[in-house]
Design a protein. Sequence first.
Length: 597
Amino acid sequence: MTMKTRFLAIALLAVAIAAPKAPASAASVSTNSAIKGVSNSAVYWYATDGKRYVFPTEGTYYSWFSDFSQVKIISDQELSSITIGGNVTYRPGAKLLKINTDPRTYAVSKGGYLRLIASESVASSLYGYNWAKQVHDLPDTFFTNYKMGSALYSFSDYNVSNEYNGVSNPSDTIFNNGTPNNPFPDYPTYPNNPSTVTLTTDRNSINEGESITLSGRVFNVPSYSYRLEIKDTRNGSSIRSCDNTTYCDTTVRPYRNTTNQNTVQYFMVLKRTSDNQEMAREYSQVIYFNGYSNGTFSSGSSNLQTNKTNVNNGESVILTATVTNVTVADNQLRMEFYRERDNTLLYTCYDARTCTYTAQINAVNGSNSERFYVIVKNDNNEQIPAAYSSRISINNINNNYQLTTSASKSYITNGESVGFNLQLTNAPSTSYRLEIYDQNGSMRAICTNTTNCYLTENVTKSGGQTTAQYQGYIKDNYGNVLLSKSFPVITFNNTTNYSTLTGTTALTISPSGSRPAYSQVTLTANVTNSNYSANDLTVFIWAGTTPTLVKTCTNTSYCSASYYVGNANMSIPVYASVTTKNATNALISQTSTIYTY
């Protein structure tokens, strides 16, 4: 059933219910009433100016009223005597709007103003994690009923509850001539700048002093030198600065600045290094301090109980949530169950004060415990403080992932290019990332949900630095370090006047020819006729379409490694590379191929 036919059916149902009543006269129907004629299904708002305004869609009507019980029926003749004044717009704060030909999402303010939602983080902070379910599609033909207001760049630009309760009927917005206030009239604009940034948090509610991971990212990386800065909206103070990197992460432990402060928020800016010009900005979602108060609804309380506090890995627990001392009706309540470690919404229960949910416990990334929480909200998206379950201990955990690090060169001249490879075995079953940091602690590469992470860059020294050492990490999807491993130490040479490495490098495969799947071969690299002694050489053996380092042999011209081939019908390239501490380049063997059957 289409929106139009459904609206008509509901309207006709309302007529059928009201049929025994005789139509009222226009003179007996007061303004500020919903009215309709006898023979037509359209519903109007009889406004204080004596005109009738059409509810153009079902969604528009239901944003103001929960049913049709208050619609008053008048005769068709009397209805036609009332001049049409226009269309009713959505109730402010009730829903978010978009049109089919525009992917952007808008909030509604008094006076029929549309307020562009600048980012998903703003939408989430205003309407919760399931904000997308609050979006209504508005036909293009009715979009012109609205006016454009200022955009929303932060949660403080717009208060859902104040917008919703700031009107009592459609007349309050039809005859409002004011424009919505813009709390950030000087918010910077970035014309013709393709680079954008995002800033996400791993939690949306905390006790004072609890840690929050802030994860920033830049998209469409600038060609100029730049800096990312994470700041606190309360005082604009800089928390972390990252130069010329696509990611910028940090951990904070916020406290209230004042006793009545209920929230905290952060933002990240992209600045051009040459002139410190701000080029892009983005706000994080809002983080609530537990125990915050927002009117009558938040004076209630909730509780989350679990039937077990100690389980085996893979076992399930039953969570039971209850809410007490709230003043709203049951049909205005919803309970949202979340998993604490990643803030994933697991289940939503509607129109009840008690709800149960069965959650399976799976150890992730070596964790030995799990905890859940429930957030209770009303129809205006106001909430009472989150209630947490007891922490559940997990038995029988077996995580044995490992990190392997390698560098293409051990001795380099200042500024020489080096290849780094971070390899993971026994990867976690859930989302994770590999990160490579330089000797100064700056992130240089990040790779998500992959077992290999590669980085090639020019390594430079500062001052009297004689060595450099990079660091590799595996982190869970909200930034916790699960395991770290140092890369081999790289030594800077004392002089740059060295001879170019020459010679011949050969790689042989034994047994030769096609090999059965999952069989073993021996790869042997041999350097001959080199102008350097064997003690100055490092030999690397590589295999795979995306090259994986099989073995490193130092202070030698000879290297041998066992290698197990994979599935049948594969072509696996293999080769060897050689470097020396005094070399300005590397010797690379001719690539050979292992075929499997």
